[in-house]
Design a protein around this ligand. Structure first.
Ligand code: HEC
Length: 83
């Protein structure tokens, strides 16, 4: 039921799944980051930044292990601002 509601309310970026991004961010990033850390950043630039971290090109506090889909989903979630 929750999933249906989220899917119904979604539609921001077709390819990325904001609700999956929220779960992934809460599971893997929320101990250090909050969604509103990224206010004003758009999903595309966040995605490329996170991709560079995963690839080891941008330094980060810890190594990030994310699939390409997880990167897009987290970027979509963070990129839409605080929700
Ligand atoms: C153990 C704490 C911790 C966790 C967990 C963590 N981060 Fe970070 N992250 C940091 C800190 C601290 C910084 C800022 C300091 C720095 O630049 O290294 C940062 C910076 C960033 C930046 C900005 C990098 C830049 O150069 O502008 C991004 C993007 C980011 N994290 C993404 C993520 C994502 C995505 C996750 C979850 C998959 C995550 N982080 C999980 C601690 C964490």
């Amino acid at each position: 039921m929750v999933l249906a509601a989220l899917l119904g309310a979604g539609g921001i970026a077709q390819a990325a799944d904001v609700s999956a991004g929220r779960s992934a961010a809460q599971a893997k990033c929320a101990q250090c980051h909050e969604a509103d850390d990224w206010e004003g950043e758009d999903a595309a630039s966040l995605a490329s930044l996170i991709r560079d971290i995963v690839a080891g090109k941008v330094k980060h506090k810890g190594k990030l292990e994310l699939s390409a889909a997880e990167v897009d989903n987290i970027a979509a979630y963070w990129g839409q601002g605080k929700k």
